[in-house]
Ligand binder design. Sequence first.
Ligand code: SF4
Length: 336
Amino acid sequence: MALLDIRNLSIDIETAQGKIRVIDKASLNIVAGSIHGLIGESGSGKTLIAKAILGLHNNNWTVTADRMYLGKTDLTKLSDKERRQILGKEISMIFQEPSSYLDPSQTIRTQIKSVLPKKTWNLRLRRILGKIKRINVQSSRLQIKELLHKVGVQDDKEILNCYPHQLSEGVCQKIMIAMAIANNPSLIIADEPTTSMESSTQSQIFRLLYKLNQLNNTTLLILSNNFANTSNLSDYMTLIYCGQTVETGSHKQLMTSAMHPYTQAMLKTIISNDKMHEHKSELYTLPGNIPSSNQLPIGCRLGPRCPKAQRICVTNPTVTTKKGHSFRCHYPISLS
Ligand code: SF4
């Protein structure tokens, strides 16, 4: 069953040069309890989609979608304010560079405490229990400790009195994950959760996210530009290029029968440990660069970089779907 169902989401941004369609009919179908990787180069629009889901967009954005449901809630019918209210309860976000998202002027204890679910106590009960404040403090201490242990932070006493700048990026990210799971949300969006971290810390964070999914059945949407790492973790993947979602499928479908030239190119970038690589041999990359948002090609936006492009590619390809595997290309690889 789909926890998040987005169809034909478009985002237009008003700029000094005119309106720019930064997200062009993107679709995303996230199965409840799964790990879904949204993979694309930096600047491909992953974060914009996350912001649109959360209602965190600016005044110069126009967001339209044929369908945008979180469970049974139609997100298009909620005001931005109502949408933001589900942030933290139904959906949590883990940002890249956690130290810049944590408040530098507050201790970790204060920051975690601020996101703990608020208990509504009966007024009469409050009067009867004169020591309620002490009970609350004890219970929040316990909750904070439990949260930190869940994300693998054992020396909680030391860390709780620290400020973000006194901690490593890896520990800050664990704190952000602890804050993200505090309200037991049904969906966690992790935006490049391991950017600028050492590879050993990256593996720790990925293991932690995997554990959360397996133990709590939390649905994870991982936004990443690292195809190799994210594909190892994901049950499903969606590839996005320049604001257009180009291919979606299960891990097996994309790893064994990718149809879109962009997915094929991503697959070629995975360095296999089984193969010998000559010293200083070149690794595969697509020719060219991702175009800037005010110079987007018409039709299929991969056109100028695509090895299979033809004249017809200046028109937008329609989406083909077979057994849950969707792709948007005039000349899909395995069919040509
Ligand atoms: S539609 Fe054309 S340009 Fe786009 S990926 Fe397919 S072949 Fe390449």
